[in-house]
Design a protein around this ligand. Structure first.
Ligand code: ADP
Ligand code: MG
Length: 247
């Protein structure tokens, strides 16, 4: 496989904050339809890596290629248009709007029939909202005000808002924090479903959850990759046990 076949190819990526390298010559490849989990101690650089990929933070050096196109100097909104979706740790849904409206407003404006003339809820948009709502387990909650949803349902709604844009790479930072056991289980199923059509990167701490969802695990430490591979291999790695799993 050549590097051009990957959905995401991060090579020799570095970012320094006042001389401190939060990401230090990091190289990482993510396949099409792969679900990659990134683990590692606090401060390892996991969130910063997602910030660099989505364009929230500019790299100091190295390369980030998405479907073989260099992203490094591309502004954040253009990366979204190219198909990169990012969920932050705190949900940013419209609490006073219904589930339906939250999903509807997330439909990419440029793709609506009337485009710049103004948004109208066409049958195509309505169908897409319905399909995404089913995907995130909120198919029968379309009229519910988002503020009334449970914590877990709010997280799913935000994932749904990203899915409305049909991203080819979806990145989630600690998506199950604060969820109940049942919600975690449903989230694992949701992630397994959505990676059938796209690549997904998940940062997570809960090892049972990681085991359930990960195709491959990348362990980060001090801005570098400490280990990478299937969960069983990574879990048995003495370096990983030493800096992370042993604690
Ligand atoms: P993780 O998500 O793995 O816990 P982070 O990516 O949040 O780690 O942080 C990695 C390191 O980079 C930390 O030491 C953090 O303090 C530092 N850092 C992150 N963002 C900035 C920033 N904008 N300015 C300065 N330091 C930062
Ligand atoms: Mg973090």
């Amino acid at each position: 496989m050549s590097n051009t076949d990957f959905t995401l190819a991060v090579e020799d990526l570095t970012v320094s904050f006042d001389g401190f390298k939060a990401i230090d010559a990091l190289t990482l490849y993510v396949d099409r339809n792969e679900l990659r989990v990134i683990i590692g101690p606090n401060g390892a650089g996991k969130t910063t890596l997602l910030d660099l990929i989505c364009g929230k933070t500019r790299a100091t050096g190295g390369s980030i290629k998405f479907k073989n196109e260099e992203l490094n100097r591309m502004p954040e909104h253009q990366r979204v248009r190219r198909g990169i979706g990012r969920k932050f740790q705190t949900p940013s849904i419209y609490e006073n709007l219904s589930v339906f409206k939250n999903l509807e407003v997330s439909y990419p404006a440029g793709r609506s029939v009337l485009g710049a003339l103004g948004f109208r809820c066409t049958d195509a948009v309505r169908a897409r909202v319905q399909a995404v709502a089913e995907d995130i387990g909120l198919g029968d909650r379309l009229d519910t005000e988002a503020g009334l949803l449970s914590h877990g349902q709010k997280q799913w709604l935000e994932i749904g808002m990203l899915l409305m844009q049909e991203p080819e790479l979806l990145m989630l930072d600690e998506p199950i924090a604060g969820m109940s056991a049942r919600e975690r289980e449903l989230t694992a199923e949701l992630l397994q479903r959505i990676c059938q059509n796209r690549s997904v990167i998940v940062i997570e701490h809960d090892m049972d959850f990681v085991k359930r969802i990960a195709h491959k695990v990348t362990v980060m430490h001090q801005g570098k990759i400490l280990a990478e591979g299937p969960m069983e291999k990574v879990q048995a790695d003495p370096k990983v046990i030493d800096v992370y799993l042993g604690h």
